[in-house]
Every structure is written in C-alpha cells, then in structure tokens.
Design a protein around this ligand. Structure first.
Ligand SMILES: O=C(O)CCC(=O)C(=O)O
Length: 288
C-alpha cells in the first residue's frame, strides 16, 4: 500500500489576488462557495432553535428590536434578529465553521492553528429587519484577546442587496486604528455600538448572491442597512482567531472558543472545546 508522506495540499487556498485585496482593502469576496442545499440545512437548524424545537441557551437568542419594543407585531422567525455562538451549541454550525472552504483561506491569513471565536445566524425579516451601525468587530474582542487580527466570514443565505440590507465596508479602514464606539438610542439591536467618525460616504455596498462569502479583517469598519423588501435577508457569520493568541482574563466570563484546525496552543488551551457545549437545564426546550 502506498503511504502518503506529506499532508494533502489545501484545496481552497488564498489566491494572490485575494491576498492583495486583503492587504489593501481588508476584505475580499469568494463566489459560489456553498450550495443552496448546504445553506438550507443551516436555515432549518436556526429556524428550529428560534421556534424552540431545538434547545439553545436563551440569552444568546435576540428578537427583532421593533417587535421587542412593541412597535410592530410579528411572531416565529418573522420576529427574529439573530442567534450568537451557533457553533458552540449546534453540531451543524460547528461543522460549517470547520469547513475547509472557509478555513483554508483563514489558515493562509492566521496560520495553521485556528479556533472559532463566535458564530452568528442573522434573519433580517421582511420589512422590519434592522441594520447594524458602523462598527469594528475588533473593538469587542480587543479587551479579551491579545492578537493582531481575527478573520470574519460572512456567508449569504439569501441574495444580499442594497434593498434588503447587505453589508457595507469602508475599504482600507483596517489600517487606521480602532475608533471609539458609543451606545445608540432608540429601537436598535443592542449588540453593536456605533463607531464614532465612520462616514456613510466612504462605505461600499457588498452585494453578493446566496452561497458567496465575504472574508473580512476584524478591524474593518462595516455596517448594514434595514431590510425594505418582502423577503428575508439571512446570513451566517463565523469568526476565527489564531490559537496562538492570548486570553485576557475576565473576572465573570470566559468566552468559549471552538477548536477548528491545527494545534491547541498553551496560550489559549483553557476554555477551548472540540464538541458542542451542553445546554444547562433551565435553558432547555424554551418555547418562544
Ligand atoms: O449581517 C449584518 O447585517 C451585519 C453583521 C455584522 O455587522 C457583524 O456581525 O459584525
């Protein structure tokens, strides 16, 4: 029997052009990465969680802010906004976050040892789906991890357009430092603050079809707008961090990290998991 002596060459490596875009603009887009059927599986799982058919920690599930504030009536997935930490609790989302079509390019950017930092599923329901203010993801992770950058992957489940609230980025803003972020007033989703000084006129809309992926540097300024259409604008976002990063200890909370590829390094060995985390009793089977 012939023995393979060298590891198989990754199939989905970063191209020279993508690397140039990454360095220059802080993001690039890959088209046709996932099939409709592959994305339908994520939708099925996310919808079942939203409807209380699959257990999930309640405090990671966010309702649309207009519904939450009693300004519009909607129910089921039409009342949803997002779920955080999908890959920590869902085997299907964990598998997606380990898919080489996402992780081969990430390895080329962060090195061979990578962990999953957070993963979200976003609904943006018809007519009421709310946008996200300008922000830099690094602003949120900077107090928790010492590392230069992390990588986000934004997969379109539906076509992402200007009309339904696609992602906007400010090309090159990953090079200009982390801005102050302030709380917004009103019926906003509370998860993101507004980056002070980010200007709409510098933003570029990144319209992509379903199954395409935006790879972005976590220092890039990005936002999205409201969904004004009759359809959903859904997406799955998976973030990655080098396993060589260091954790800044926090007295109350240790953000779980999921093993994705390569070695688990000593600097981050605590709080890294290979299997989906258990869901504690009071959070099980909550009907929404
Ligand atoms: O999907 C969106 O509309 C925006 C998501 C976003 O900005 C983020 O997760 O950091």
């Amino acid at each position: 029997m012939k023995r393979r002596t060298t590891p198989e060459e990754p199939k989905f490596k970063l191209t020279a052009d993508e690397l140039e875009q990454w360095n220059e603009n802080g993001y690039f887009v890959r088209h046709g990465v996932f099939t409709e059927a592959e994305n339908a599986l994520l939708t099925q799982v996310a919808d079942a969680i939203a409807l209380g058919k699959i257990p999930f920690p309640d405090h990671r599930i966010f309702q649309n802010a207009l519904v939450r504030d009693g300004k519009v009536e909607a129910s089921g997935i039409y009342a949803m906004h997002s779920i955080h930490q999908m890959s920590c609790y869902s085997a299907e989302f964990l598998e997606r976050s380990r898919d080489p079509r996402l992780t081969d390019p990430v390895v080329d950017l962060l090195g061979p040892d990578i962990l999953g930092l957070n993963s979200l599923y976003i609904w943006k329901p018809p007519k009421i789906g709310l946008g996200f203010p300008w922000h830099q993801d690094r602003w949120y992770t900077r107090p928790q991890f010492i590392t230069e950058t992390t990588v986000g992957t934004w997969t379109a489940i539906d076509p992402a357009t200007v009309e339904n609230g696609c992602l906007y980025v400010i090309p090159g803003s990953h090079k200009t430092g982390i801005l102050e972020h302030v709380t917004l007033e009103g019926s906003q989703q509370q998860e993101f603050r507004q980056a002070v000084g980010a200007r709409d006129e510098d933003g570029v809309a990144v319209e992509i079809p379903p199954g395409s992926v935006i790879f972005f540097d976590n220092r890039i300024l990005h936002k999205s707008t409201d969904n004004n259409t009759d359809g959903f604008r859904r997406s799955n976002i998976a973030h990655y961090i080098s396993a060589k990063a260091e954790r800044v200890p926090h007295k109350n909370y240790m953000r779980p990290l999921m093993w994705v590829r390569g070695k688990i390094c000593e600097t981050l060995s605590e709080g890294v998991y290979r299997d989906p985390l258990p869901i504690t009793e009071p959070e099980k089977n909550k009907i929404r």
